[in-house]
Ligand binder design. Structure first.
Ligand code: URA
Length: 439
């Protein structure tokens, strides 16, 4: 194994040598990592060079020391926010945030933020866009007419004090991640433990939260599908957080089947509003409340019941206030794709497992995600799942409704769904939604 470590020899570093080192299974030294991240952030390293390195990392992996340095270099590529001076009623804010490693139908951040607001926490949420087959909170929220996540530092601070949350595009926080994230999305380099861990943690370390709860997904719809990989990812991220002074904890949660009944952009906002109205699918409510409990515990907020904020309407009130503060108009209709297609049951029985990855890819094909950097996503693209695993099905009834503005996309979306679900005589085995907790 070769070591590319050249302290004091930064001028002798070059991208082809660094790429070759990782391609051949070597370990990158601190200077090589710093040089590459800084060069890419400032345009001295080209997209094709970073793409080649990302693929080499994807194939060869990274040591714990390389991941730690890569993460630190991404944090250092931009500013690091600090809200420790902010006070509410004379007390420091209970700053806490959550991040998911990416799933299908994972709209949890949308109801979770106002729950934390209603419980007295403060949530600085640097949110991301869709990545691969998974959706992104920003793409979903931007389907609300007028909503913007491009808000100033002054507005983030004001909202944290006055309302208890701000949802913002990472922007100048970890700008290296912004560029690398967009590149990974279109170069098939998303499913990599070192790249996911550093991407998530660089944004979270830079965004100025004090405590962090991670939702590390396990199953077909997760970037890392096995429990062992997801566990290692969670452990790596918790350790990175701790090293950077963040109080960090992770839940391992099931992502074999999509969360809830809606997958896409606006359709997931609609489902989140149902949750905030005290209804919504059980799995979405269970996970949202479980994450809220972990977050409040880490932030030292006690004596409040997050579930009650859904039933008494206080979380919905906070959500309305947050959306209005960020320019959104919840009284305007949410966009739904102009064209629909349905999948119907050919026999009666019980719905079996629904493969989360296939649903994520189908929704991506409908236009909810990107195949080129910077592409506009369709807010109205998505899917409704009318029958979830274990529910009774009658022959002829609609099982899935697909939405898009571009009907030529139906064929490829429907072919992703082929073989991804079944109706049979027995209910599938019930798996726990929350598998473990890593501290
Ligand atoms: N979320 C991120 O921010 N980055 C990833 O790589 C995956 C999920």
């Amino acid at each position: 194994m070769s070591h590319l470590d050249a302290p004091g020899l930064m001028s002798h570093l070059d991208a082809p040598t660094i790429i070759r080192t990782k391609r051949d299974g070597g370990i990158l030294g601190n200077d090589a990592i710093d040089w590459m991240i800084d060069g890419y952030t400032h345009g001295r390293v080209a997209d094709e060079q970073m793409s080649a390195l990302l693929m080499a990392i994807f194939l060869r992996g990274m040591t714990a020391a390389e991941i730690a340095r890569w993460t630190a270099a991404m944090v250092d590529s931009g500013e690091r926010l600090d809200f420790t001076d902010l006070r509410r009623a004379g007390k420091p804010l209970a700053l806490v945030d959550k991040h998911s490693t990416g799933g299908v139908g994972d709209k949890i951040t949308i109801p979770l933020v106002p729950i934390i607001m209603a419980c007295g926490g403060a949530m600085p949420q640097a949110a991301g866009r869709g990545l691969g087959h998974t959706g992104g909170t920003l793409d979903k929220l931007e389907s609300i007419p007028g909503f913007t996540a491009e808000i100033s530092r002054a507005q983030i601070r004001r909202q944290l004090c006055d309302l208890g949350a701000a949802i913002f595009a990472a922007g100048e926080l970890a700008p290296a991640d912004r560029k690398i994230y967009a590149l990974r999305d279109v170069t098939a380099t998303t499913e990599s433990l070192p790249l996911i861990a550093s991407s998530v943690m660089s944004k979270k370390i830079a965004e100025g939260t004090r405590a962090l709860v991670l939702d590390s997904k396990v199953g077909s719809g997760a970037f890392l599908s096995t429990e062992a990989e997801s566990r290692e990812l969670a452990r790596t991220m918790v350790d990175l957080g701790t090293e950077h002074g963040l109080i960090t904890r992770a839940l391992l949660t099931d992502m074999d089947t999509p969360l809830g009944r809606a997958v896409g952009n606006a359709v997931e906002v609609v489902e989140s509003l149902e949750v905030l109205s005290g209804g919504g699918p059980d799995d979405v409510v269970e996970l949202t409340v479980a994450l809220a409990r972990e977050m409040l515990d880490l932030a030292g907020v006690d004596g409040v019941d997050p579930a009650q904020t859904l039933s008494d309407g206080s979380a919905m009130d906070r959500f309305r206030a947050l959306v209005a503060a960020q320019g959104g108009d919840l009284s305007a209709p949410l966009p739904i794709g102009a064209h629909t297609e349905t999948v119907t049951a050919t026999c009666s029985g019980t719905m079996g497992d629904i493969d989360a990855m296939a649903v994520g890819l189908a929704v991506w094909r409908l236009g909810a995600g990107r195949s080129e950097p910077g592409q506009r996503v369709q807010s109205g693209a998505g899917m409704q799942i009318h029958r979830r695993p274990g529910e009774s099905v009658a022959a002829g009834e609609t099982l899935f409704t697909l939405y898009t503005d571009t009907p030529q996309r139906f064929e490829s979306a429907l072919s992703e769904l082929d073989g991804a679900w079944s109706v049979g005589d027995h209910a599938p085995a019930v798996r726990p939604l929350i598998i473990d907790r890593i501290t």
